[in-house]
Design a protein around this ligand. Structure first.
Ligand SMILES: [Zn+2]
Length: 494
């Protein structure tokens, strides 16, 4: 591992001192397009190689953010290492080999099957066909010591995604009935085997959960020819064996970057508004060849949001609001919201003192007159956010694609689940169409393709929204009936 203090010194040495333009202290005079552009260009530069979690590029980005927090004189949080909160993640690679033998057939890892859960093992036992493996299917079957072979998913729902999410329950039921492994027959027109292998047979990063893999092995068998159901049903009870090779597990050290700006009101300063943005992205495309661009620069996703957070750090260091501010740049969002999950489990300010989370993240924009606020209508901060956007010359609009469930797919959800009213501020997107997809998780998401005058306005709107919320007389609450309303009442005891 690199010597961090040397890295910091190096960066402080090369931070350019930007010419000070006359500022009257207002948001619009503090946030300058030159500074905004400089942040985005640095964070999205090829030098940081796509800011992949665990990579030196992401570590440099963390040092960059921490250096600015320090330069602006922000306060570190207690028990953080300076501005850094260490986050240790665990990378698990799939077993290099595995084989299921039944009758005269051998099913091989990757080619014919995918081990989705379970540790290295060798086991033998009759393979028993259990239909969908629903509780009512299991009632009539003696599974003690047997390998259960089931149809994927549930009756009437064989979508691979929902089958995957349902699998822990099915796996637990099979284990409770005495089964020693669960094999599901995979068949899907929308997601062919090669695609699912690509997607699932890869390294996974997780926040440590040591007990997660102590259940029975769970695997998918490729049933593309649709003949395995009858094979296992007709020969149900015949001998089978399963062997799973070792998985490779390693620790991946990474970090959230955290700072505090104390509020000015003697009472309200006990309450915090959490301003957040993930600063990681997805790294490089290892399969790119020759002169092909291989770097996912992530200018929109989320150098832009990180820049909004740095703009907030700059402005509020001189103009603190009544409530205190907690600024957090999250790692590993792209790996499954892991940095925010870790932070939510290991908060540096008691969560019940955090009254709101204003997160910024986004795929891209197709309308530079707007900001899209995911969750805008779900909290009583709606007016504070709408008027803030207006003062920056932008219209705040609601999530244009609620069916995509974006609210539950960004870092805000890890706080919403705990009851903290939360929204994600995103660049103006009126749909999730071609103009967004052109850049979303593509190597073309580069700084050169951004409209920096818009980025500046976006940052101003974000900072103004933060100021409005941090100065509200009453802390924002969930709208009545929201699915997180009850969690909010529990958290704040009101
Ligand atoms: Zn993002």
């Amino acid at each position: 591992m690199k010597n961090l203090s040397l890295t910091v010194a190096g960066f402080l040495g090369c931070l350019t001192v930007l010419a000070q333009s006359p500022s009257d202290g207002s948001i619009s005079s503090t946030i300058q397009v030159s500074q905004v552009e400089a942040h985005v260009r640095f964070l999205a530069s090829d030098a940081l190689k796509g800011r992949d979690t665990g990579s030196p590029g992401l570590e440099i980005a963390a040092q960059y953010i921490a250096s600015y927090f320090q330069g602006y004189g922000l306060q570190p949080a207690d028990s953080a290492n300076g501005y850094l909160q260490s986050v240790t993640l665990f990378r698990e690679s799939p077993p290099s080999e595995a084989v299921l033998s039944f009758q005269d057939q051998e099913f091989l890892q990757e080619k014919d099957m995918l081990i989705l859960a379970g540790d290295s093992t060798t086991l033998e036992g009759p393979a028993v066909f259990v239909n969908y493996g629903m509780p009512e299917d299991l009632e009539r079957i003696d599974l003690e010591g047997k390998i259960a072979v089931a149809l994927m998913g549930r009756p009437g729902d064989t979508n691979p995604q929902t089958a995957f999410f349902y699998s822990p329950e099915k796996r637990a039921n099979i284990a409770e009935a005495g089964g020693v492994a669960l094999a599901e027959l995979y068949r899907s027109a929308q997601m062919p085997w090669s695609l699912i292998v690509n997607y699932l047979n890869s390294d996974q990063l997780k926040v440590q959960s040591p007990k997660s893999d102590q259940g029975i092995p769970f695997l998918w068998l490729n049933d593309g020819q649709s003949n395995l159901g009858s094979l296992f049903e007709e020969n149900s009870g015949e001998a089978a064996s399963l062997s799973i090779g070792a998985k490779n597990r390693e620790e991946v050290p990474t970090q959230n970057v955290v700072a505090i700006i104390p509020g000015t009101d003697p009472e309200l300063k006990e309450e915090y508004v959490l301003l957040s943005a993930h600063y990681d992205h997805v790294g490089v495309n290892a399969k790119a060849t020759g002169a092909q661009d291989s770097i996912y620069n992530g200018a929109r996703d989320n150098a832009l949001g990180t820049t909004a957070l740095l703009s907030a750090a700059q402005y509020f260091s001189e103009n603190p609001p009544q409530r205190s501010l907690l600024l957090v740049a999250f790692t590993a969002e792209e790996k499954g919201l892991l940095g925010s999950q870790y932070y939510a489990q290991n908060p540096l300010v008691p969560t019940e003192q955090v009254v709101f989370n204003l997160n910024t993240d986004g795929a891209g924009y197709n309308d530079t007159t707007k900001v899209t606020v995911i969750g805008l209508e779900r909290t009583s901060a709606q007016e504070a956010i709408t008027s803030a956007s207006e003062s920056a010359g932008l219209e705040a609009i609601m999530d244009p694609v609620p069916e995509q469930n974006l609210y539950d797919r960004s870092d805000n959800v890890n706080f919403a689940k705990q009851g903290v009213p939360a929204v994600t501020f995103a660049p103006g997107a009126t749909d999730f169409g071609p103009e967004i997809m052109k850049y979303y998780h593509q190597v073309s998401d580069e700084a050169e393709s951004l409209n920096f005058n818009y980025v500046e306005k976006y940052c101003e709107a974000f900072v103004q929204a933060a100021e409005n919320i941090a100065n509200l007389g009453e802390a924002p609450v969930w709208q009545e009936g929201d699915k997180y309303e009850e969690a909010g009442k529990q958290l704040y005891g009101r």
